[in-house]
Design a protein around this ligand. Sequence first.
Ligand code: AMP
Length: 215
Amino acid sequence: MMNLILFGPPGAGKGTQAKRLQELFHICHLSTGDMLRQAVSEGTAVGKKADSIMKEGKLVPDSIMIDMIAERIERPDCAKGFILDGFPRTPAQAGALDKMLKSKDVSINHVIELKVDNDKLVERISNRFSCADCGASYNLITKKPLKEGVCDICSSKKMIFRPDDNAETVSKRLLAYQEMTAPILPYYAGRKLLRQVNGMAEIDEVTKQIKKLIK
Ligand code: AMP
C-alpha cells in the first residue's frame, strides 16, 4: 500500500499533483474540497451547511470532515492506498485520522509539504479555473486550454472559476492554513514522515521530486 498526505496552502498544487500520483500509483485521490464542492452542487445536507462556510474561507466543522473521510477511505478504489489532499486540516482531524488508520492497521508512508511563496499563491489562485465536466485545471497565464474556452481533455465548453477563489476569501484561506493546518506539520516531522518539495518549480519537476521522495 502507498498512503500519502499532501500538505500546502491553497494554490500550492496539491490537487494537480494528487491527480498525477493517482494515475502513477493506482491509488485513490481523496480531496475533501472536491467532496464538499460536490455536496454543495448536489444540495445535500452537508453541502447546504458547507456552502456559506466555504465562501467565507473558513473551515467546515471537524466532525463533518472526519465522517466524510472515514466513509470514503473504505471504498474499493482505496484498496491500494490513498492520497489525502486537504485533509487533515486541523490537529483534531489529524488525531482522528490516526485513530481511523490504526483501527484498519494501516499507516501513512509519506507526508509531503509543497512550499510556495504567498505572492505566487495569490497569483495562481486568482487566475485558475477548471472544466466543470472532467475537472481538468487551467490557468489564465500559465496554462490556457489549446482552444479558448474548450477543455483539452474532454472538449467541454463549461469552464468554471471557484467562488472562493477571490482575493478576500483567499487571504482568509491562507490565514486558516497558517493558523490551523501548519501547526500539524511538526507532528509528522517528529515521526520522520515529513518531506518538503519546492512547489514553485514546474508541474513536471514537482512530480519528479515527489516520485524521488516516495520511491
Ligand atoms: P480546498 O479545495 O482544499 O481548497 O477546500 C475548499 C474549502 O473547503 C476550504 O476553504 C474549506 O472551507 C473547506 N474544506 C476542505 N477541506 C476541509 C477540511 N479538511 N476541513 C475543513 N474544511 C475543509
